[in-house]
Design a protein around this ligand. Sequence first.
Ligand code: IMP
Ligand code: MG
Length: 188
Amino acid sequence: MAIPTTFADSMETVQVHDKTFVPFITAEQIQARVSELGALIDREYEGLKPMLIGVLNGSVIFMADLLRNIHTSCEIGFIRVSSYQGTETTGKVRNLIGLSENLEGRHVILVEDIIDTGDTAVYLIDEIRKKNPASLRFATMLFKPASLRQNITPDYVGFEIPPAFVVGYGLDYDGLGRNLADIYQLKS
Ligand code: IMP
Ligand code: MG
């Protein structure tokens, strides 16, 4: 979906830590889009009992809203990616936590808040594939195509956005801002 161009006049800038953020996507626009995504998933997964797997912490709000817009029978689970800087030779080391469900033969939909470089998405897809799901698709609320450095095309996208940093609707700046109902963009 295209970047929305209308913003509620009543929305004001917010301060998160030391930075100022300006209104970007309203809660109303988000809800309308999530409802469309839910309907799409409903049509494509009718009778398949999909397993939605949310990536904590960022996906928590999107997951809850998406779930309420899916009316076909489905299950959910959550995972977390912990990453730390390894040695210079190993680079960034990632670790997947919480994947206890048996995904063999299941129709899995990974649910993320945002795809930026695509590194996390590619890592997650590789890990989930090892569990032999019947199918695997990727849903993300936000997608920054200009930041992408991996060969990945998400299947369900809320909004494609420019590469500026955003907060709200589950997304944080250094831990804060996740509870904002609207999405805000870093003031340039
Ligand atoms: P990646 O670069 O696609 O691997 O994205 C990694 C993670 O960076 C995402 O899951 C988010 O948690 C975080 N991230 C990327 N862009 C933003 C942003 O604009 N706001 C908040 N978090 C972000
Ligand atoms: Mg994340």
